[in-house]
Design a binder for this molecule. Structure first.
Ligand SMILES: [Mg+2]
Length: 269
């Protein structure tokens, strides 16, 4: 015995999917609010996509990407402003205050969460159906991660809010890794804390050291609240979708270890 089990988040730990989610959001925003885009040229689209990378840590659920796209257009094009918050707003202020801004713009734009979720999902599905290789190519694995996964001697599990079939396709196509289906816990398999409980209870995992690698601080804090998960080593990946402020907070939490990308790859060996 004495081996290691790693439960790995997918987006922001293994795979940088921000380009994909930002492009899907831009496509969806054009369908939902076509009149917004009259003055948006390709240079402004590039600027929007770049800002979406900065803003990615605030996104909890995919549809919020659509709201961010529209807000960024409002920052750049005063004539299409319908929200009271856009005047004088900066990208840094959005990053800092998203949870306060979000309900205000939803109300002022007269938008509903469920409709935006439906639209976002539909646009992504259409992209995958029409152009699978283009969709796959808009994702990338972080440097060194594909090799680390291929040559890992630890037991690996993927624990993600992405649909398992998408994670599986990206692992195969971009990393050359095929994990058995039972190693990928995707959307619909329950909260991550419940998945970790299942993993630690499996008879074949008794005696293994347990490690969970995430890029979202709030998720690690949920694990810390569960006394039964006290045996897990918790890591926050510095390279993923978190902010300087969140990393500083994580430094002050003894249970959490901050991890650099190069150390992560070494750990899996
Ligand atoms: Mg993540």
């Amino acid at each position: 015995m004495g081996g290691n089990l790693y439960a790995l988040d997918f987006d922001g730990v293994l795979c940088d999917s921000c380009g994909e989610s930002s492009r899907s959001a831009l496509k969806a925003a054009k369908i939902r609010w076509p009149w917004l885009f009259g003055q948006v040229d390709s240079a402004m689209e590039t600027w929007i996509i770049d800002q979406m990378h900065i803003l990615r840590p605030v996104v909890e659920t995919g549809y919020e990407n659509l709201l961010l796209v529209r807000l960024l257009v409002e920052l750049q094009v005063p004539s299409v402003r319908k929200s009271s918050v856009a005047d004088g707003l900066t990208v840094e202020a959005i990053l800092e205050n998203w949870s306060q801004l979000k309900p205000i713009i939803m109300k002022e734009w007269d938008e509903e969460r469920d409709a935006l979720i439906d639209l976002f999902g539909r646009v992504r599905d259409e992209w995958i159906d029409n152009d699978l290789s283009g969709w796959i190519g808009s994702n990338r694995f972080y440097p060194g991660v594909a090799d680390a996964l291929r040559f890992a001697s630890s037991q690996l599990y993927i624990v993600t809010t992405k649909q398992a079939r998408f994670a599986d396709a990206l692992l195969r196509e971009l990393a050359g890794v095929s994990l058995p289906a039972e190693r990928i816990y995707g959307l619909g398999t329950g909260p991550k804390v419940e998945v970790l409980k299942q993993l630690q209870e499996m008879p074949e995992h008794q005696g293994l050291s347990l490690h969970f690698v995430e890029d979202r601080l709030a998720t690690l804090k949920n694990v810390i609240k569960e006394p039964t998960l006290a045996g897990w080593d918790l890591y926050l990946g510095r390279w993923g979708y978190n902010t300087e402020k969140e990393r500083a907070e994580a430094e002050s939490i003894p249970r959490i270890q901050l991890l650099d990308l190069s150390d992560f790859s070494k750990k899996l060996k």
